[in-house]
Design a protein around this ligand. Sequence first.
Ligand code: MN3
Length: 208
Amino acid sequence: MHILPELPYSPSSLEPFIDTQTMTIHHEKHHASYVDNLNKALEVHPEFQNKEAWDLLSNLDAIPEDIRTKVKNNGGGHANHSFFWKLLCPQSESGTPSDAVKQLIEKNFTDMTTFQTKFKEAALSRFGSGWVWLVLTDKDTLEITSTANQDTPWMEGKDAILGLDVWEHAYYLKYQNKRPDYVDAWWNIINWKQVEDNLAKAISYLKA
Ligand code: MN3
Protein backbone atom coordinates (compact mmCIF):
# COMPACT_ATOMS: atom_id res chain seq x y z
CA MET A 1 0.00 0.00 0.00
CA HIS A 2 1.48 3.31 -1.11
CA ILE A 3 0.87 6.40 1.03
CA LEU A 4 1.01 10.09 0.14
CA PRO A 5 4.03 11.53 1.99
CA GLU A 6 3.60 14.73 3.99
CA LEU A 7 5.22 17.87 2.60
CA PRO A 8 8.33 18.62 4.68
CA TYR A 9 7.26 22.32 4.98
CA SER A 10 4.03 24.28 4.94
CA PRO A 11 2.52 24.77 1.45
CA SER A 12 2.65 28.54 1.95
CA SER A 13 6.35 28.60 2.82
CA LEU A 14 7.57 28.59 -0.79
CA GLU A 15 5.84 31.91 -1.51
CA PRO A 16 6.26 34.00 -3.57
CA PHE A 17 8.16 31.57 -5.85
CA ILE A 18 5.50 28.85 -5.79
CA ASP A 19 2.10 29.93 -4.51
CA THR A 20 0.17 28.23 -1.71
CA GLN A 21 -2.78 27.14 -3.85
CA THR A 22 -0.54 25.49 -6.43
CA MET A 23 1.38 23.63 -3.73
CA THR A 24 -1.82 22.46 -2.04
CA ILE A 25 -3.54 21.25 -5.21
CA HIS A 26 -0.34 19.74 -6.58
CA HIS A 27 0.26 17.72 -3.42
CA GLU A 28 -3.24 16.94 -2.14
CA LYS A 29 -4.90 16.36 -5.52
CA HIS A 30 -2.36 15.51 -8.22
CA HIS A 31 0.15 13.54 -6.18
CA ALA A 32 -2.64 11.91 -4.14
CA SER A 33 -4.34 10.66 -7.29
CA TYR A 34 -1.11 9.05 -8.54
CA VAL A 35 -0.90 7.22 -5.21
CA ASP A 36 -4.57 6.14 -5.32
CA ASN A 37 -4.36 4.96 -8.92
CA LEU A 38 -1.14 3.07 -8.27
CA ASN A 39 -2.77 1.28 -5.32
CA LYS A 40 -5.83 0.47 -7.43
CA ALA A 41 -3.72 -0.97 -10.26
CA LEU A 42 -1.75 -3.14 -7.85
CA GLU A 43 -4.92 -4.61 -6.28
CA VAL A 44 -5.16 -6.87 -9.32
CA HIS A 45 -1.63 -8.21 -8.74
CA PRO A 46 -1.11 -8.17 -4.96
CA GLU A 47 2.31 -9.80 -5.25
CA PHE A 48 3.63 -6.36 -6.29
CA GLN A 49 1.88 -4.38 -3.55
CA ASN A 50 4.80 -4.33 -1.13
CA LYS A 51 7.40 -3.15 -3.60
CA GLU A 52 8.64 0.44 -3.46
CA ALA A 53 7.72 2.63 -6.43
CA TRP A 54 11.42 2.84 -7.44
CA ASP A 55 11.59 -0.91 -7.42
CA LEU A 56 8.55 -1.25 -9.69
CA LEU A 57 9.83 1.40 -12.10
CA SER A 58 13.35 0.10 -12.44
CA ASN A 59 11.97 -3.28 -13.46
CA LEU A 60 8.86 -2.52 -15.50
CA ASP A 61 9.31 -5.58 -17.70
CA ALA A 62 8.48 -7.71 -14.68
CA ILE A 63 5.10 -5.98 -14.23
CA PRO A 64 2.13 -7.83 -15.80
CA GLU A 65 1.12 -6.25 -19.08
CA ASP A 66 -2.44 -5.42 -18.00
CA ILE A 67 -1.18 -2.94 -15.37
CA ARG A 68 2.23 -1.96 -16.76
CA THR A 69 1.18 1.40 -18.24
CA LYS A 70 -0.75 2.31 -15.08
CA VAL A 71 2.25 1.43 -12.94
CA LYS A 72 4.58 3.42 -15.21
CA ASN A 73 2.36 6.54 -15.15
CA ASN A 74 1.13 6.46 -11.56
CA GLY A 75 4.18 4.85 -9.99
CA GLY A 76 6.26 7.39 -11.91
CA GLY A 77 4.03 10.21 -10.69
CA HIS A 78 4.33 9.01 -7.10
CA ALA A 79 8.11 8.53 -7.23
CA ASN A 80 8.82 11.78 -9.08
CA HIS A 81 6.72 13.93 -6.75
CA SER A 82 8.06 12.26 -3.59
CA PHE A 83 11.56 13.10 -4.87
CA PHE A 84 10.57 16.63 -5.92
CA TRP A 85 8.99 17.80 -2.62
CA LYS A 86 12.19 17.04 -0.74
CA LEU A 87 14.19 19.15 -3.20
CA LEU A 88 12.20 22.26 -2.32
CA CYS A 89 12.38 24.38 0.82
CA PRO A 90 11.69 27.94 1.97
CA GLN A 91 14.13 30.43 0.46
CA SER A 92 15.64 31.16 3.90
CA GLU A 93 16.72 27.50 4.17
CA SER A 94 17.85 26.99 0.57
CA GLY A 95 21.58 27.44 1.22
CA THR A 96 24.19 27.00 -1.49
CA PRO A 97 25.56 23.97 -3.36
CA SER A 98 28.02 21.98 -1.26
CA ASP A 99 31.64 21.79 -2.45
CA ALA A 100 31.09 18.31 -3.88
CA VAL A 101 27.99 19.38 -5.82
CA LYS A 102 29.57 22.64 -6.98
CA GLN A 103 32.79 20.98 -8.15
CA LEU A 104 30.93 18.34 -10.11
CA ILE A 105 28.67 20.93 -11.74
CA GLU A 106 31.69 23.06 -12.68
CA LYS A 107 33.54 20.06 -14.02
CA ASN A 108 30.64 19.15 -16.32
CA PHE A 109 29.18 22.55 -17.21
CA THR A 110 32.07 25.04 -16.67
CA ASP A 111 30.24 27.10 -14.07
CA MET A 112 26.97 27.42 -12.19
CA THR A 113 25.55 30.04 -14.56
CA THR A 114 26.15 27.88 -17.63
CA PHE A 115 24.59 24.92 -15.84
CA GLN A 116 21.50 26.96 -14.97
CA THR A 117 21.21 28.21 -18.55
CA LYS A 118 21.39 24.67 -19.94
CA PHE A 119 18.94 23.33 -17.39
CA LYS A 120 16.50 26.10 -18.28
CA GLU A 121 16.89 25.36 -22.01
CA ALA A 122 15.98 21.74 -21.33
CA ALA A 123 12.97 22.84 -19.27
CA LEU A 124 11.72 25.10 -22.04
CA SER A 125 12.28 22.60 -24.83
CA ARG A 126 10.30 19.84 -23.09
CA PHE A 127 7.17 19.91 -25.24
CA GLY A 128 3.98 19.34 -23.26
CA SER A 129 4.21 17.72 -19.85
CA GLY A 130 7.30 16.27 -18.29
CA TRP A 131 10.35 16.69 -16.13
CA VAL A 132 13.93 17.92 -16.35
CA TRP A 133 16.65 16.12 -14.43
CA LEU A 134 20.26 16.33 -13.39
CA VAL A 135 21.45 12.75 -13.51
CA LEU A 136 24.68 11.14 -12.29
CA THR A 137 25.85 8.69 -14.96
CA ASP A 138 29.26 7.85 -13.52
CA LYS A 139 31.24 9.22 -10.60
CA ASP A 140 32.50 12.27 -12.53
CA THR A 141 29.65 12.79 -14.96
CA LEU A 142 26.43 14.73 -14.63
CA GLU A 143 23.94 15.00 -17.48
CA ILE A 144 20.87 17.14 -17.97
CA THR A 145 18.04 14.97 -19.26
CA SER A 146 14.33 15.34 -19.78
CA THR A 147 11.45 12.87 -19.66
CA ALA A 148 7.89 13.06 -20.97
CA ASN A 149 4.80 12.65 -18.77
CA GLN A 150 5.73 10.85 -15.54
CA ASP A 151 8.60 8.85 -16.99
CA THR A 152 11.62 8.83 -14.69
CA PRO A 153 15.39 8.33 -14.97
CA TRP A 154 14.97 5.34 -12.64
CA MET A 155 13.18 3.49 -15.46
CA GLU A 156 16.54 3.58 -17.25
CA GLY A 157 18.49 2.66 -14.14
CA LYS A 158 19.83 6.22 -13.81
CA ASP A 159 19.94 8.21 -10.59
CA ALA A 160 18.78 11.84 -10.54
CA ILE A 161 20.14 14.27 -7.96
CA LEU A 162 17.93 17.21 -8.99
CA GLY A 163 14.65 17.43 -10.89
CA LEU A 164 12.02 19.94 -11.93
CA ASP A 165 8.35 19.32 -12.66
CA VAL A 166 7.41 21.26 -15.81
CA TRP A 167 3.81 20.05 -16.07
CA GLU A 168 1.48 23.06 -16.30
CA HIS A 169 -0.17 21.94 -13.04
CA ALA A 170 3.12 22.81 -11.30
CA TYR A 171 3.01 26.50 -12.24
CA TYR A 172 -0.05 27.54 -14.24
CA LEU A 173 -2.07 29.31 -11.51
CA LYS A 174 0.71 31.79 -10.88
CA TYR A 175 2.75 31.81 -14.08
CA GLN A 176 0.20 30.80 -16.78
CA ASN A 177 2.14 30.40 -20.05
CA LYS A 178 5.36 31.82 -18.59
CA ARG A 179 7.31 28.64 -17.91
CA PRO A 180 10.64 30.57 -18.11
CA ASP A 181 9.61 32.69 -15.10
CA TYR A 182 8.70 29.58 -13.10
CA VAL A 183 12.10 28.04 -13.83
CA ASP A 184 13.89 31.25 -12.81
CA ALA A 185 11.90 31.45 -9.56
CA TRP A 186 12.58 27.80 -8.71
CA TRP A 187 16.31 28.36 -8.19
CA ASN A 188 15.43 30.35 -5.05
CA ILE A 189 13.83 27.44 -3.24
CA ILE A 190 16.13 24.50 -3.96
CA ASN A 191 17.14 22.52 -0.90
CA TRP A 192 20.87 22.24 -1.67
CA LYS A 193 21.44 20.02 1.36
CA GLN A 194 19.05 17.51 -0.19
CA VAL A 195 20.92 17.72 -3.52
CA GLU A 196 24.13 16.94 -1.63
CA ASP A 197 22.47 13.92 0.02
CA ASN A 198 21.11 12.77 -3.34
CA LEU A 199 24.60 13.00 -4.86
CA ALA A 200 26.13 10.96 -2.04
CA LYS A 201 23.42 8.34 -2.43
CA ALA A 202 23.83 8.21 -6.23
CA ILE A 203 27.60 7.74 -5.84
CA SER A 204 27.05 4.91 -3.37
CA TYR A 205 24.71 3.17 -5.85
CA LEU A 206 27.36 3.44 -8.58
CA LYS A 207 29.78 1.60 -6.30
CA ALA A 208 27.27 -1.08 -5.37
MN1 MN3 B 1 3.42 17.44 -10.83
